[in-house]
Design a protein around this ligand. Sequence first.
Ligand code: NDP
Length: 394
Amino acid sequence: MALVSAIDQMENTLPKTISILGSTGSIGCNTVDLINHAPKKFKVQALSANNNVDLLAKQARQLNARLAVIANPNLYNDLKNALAGTNTVVAAGPRGLIEAAALPSERIIAAIVGAAGLAPTLESVRRGATIGLANKECLVSAGALFTEEVEKYGATLLPVDSEHSAIFQVFDFKQEKKVEKIILTASGGPFLNFTKKQMSLATSTEAVAHPNWKMGAKISIDSATMMNKGLELIEAYHLFPVEEPQIEILIHPQSVIHSMVEYIDGSVLAQLGTPDMRTPIAYAISWPERMETPSQRLSLAEIGTLTFETPDIDKFPSLLLAREALIAGGSAPTILNAANEIAVHKFLTGEINFLDIAENVDKALQNLTITNINSLDDVISADTEAREFASSIL
Ligand code: NDP
């Protein structure tokens, strides 16, 4: 017994190996920041970026990473030169991302944006990894196929999204039938109090400027349309043992209560905190323990008032589209996600107006045939078809 606890203690003091897929993004940089605050706790294995060679090389040098991968294969030489004289192995392209995901790190942070993260995240799943999942789009896109692989290979998913991290922390998995509902809170984004007319004229700068959270461009636009909450609804359905009608969405503009679970006795358990992604990321990288974070502490006395309201589906139709796609099943969530990624890109490049984003997604769902998803190839084909369709909408 004494020997076992001595070994346990030793293991707790050994640094945990960790890889970050998408280390140069908003979630990636917050993860790196936490590692820099606790350098003895972690040993970095792989880091990856899409195009940002300079930041990736800087992170790899600073953290002495074993492997650095640039997804854009044309930038391989740039990264190689930037890391000359270090021990970091350099790789590029889709195969490089798979290599990064396959390294036997004790923790993987899946923080690539969009369905581009699906193949590498699935690779980590298939080696039974413990994954801090930020990349909700890969779960939305592949749905049950993804969670079946998690089950089959004995992988562990730890939510990074603040809402799902909150639910994970207050969900009683030993009494799952005693859960009446999950209440996903939503800030409502920058256009909560805009009229539809104002929304139709919104610029990408206004849409990206989230009132509470600093995030990457894609998720910021998703928050403004509230498609982010729609994707989170589908994410919650796959992460927790509840049915679709048991997941409620509630507007809470202060982003203090990160989500709640209501039980059959009327008790509602919530997790609260300041809007700082380092708190849920810290839980995902240190689970089942907790680690210190530099996040600002919550002062409810200073905040004073917490408010709540029901979402306006007319202003935020993406919420309904996501719920309908979840109910329809098959390739509907894949189509929803792919069409949304294209529509967000078109809005950011000025091709469509803000309200067209949800309209384009709706058109894709109305016009494309919903098929069964039995394999990764089925996901890829539904995703490709939806991207082509959404790109062709004028
Ligand atoms: P960012 O856009 O800030 O970062 C995305 C990361 O993925 C970057 O490292 C980027 O590299 C890399 N990347 C982008 N495209 C590709 C590609 N095609 N192939 C490989 N790598 C790619 O996104 P966020 O950090 O905001 O979001 C990441 C994920 O986390 C999303 O799924 C988002 O929904 C989720 N999430 C984010 C939150 C946040 O606070 N930001 C909160 C909750 C969830 P490069 O820098 O070179 O472009």
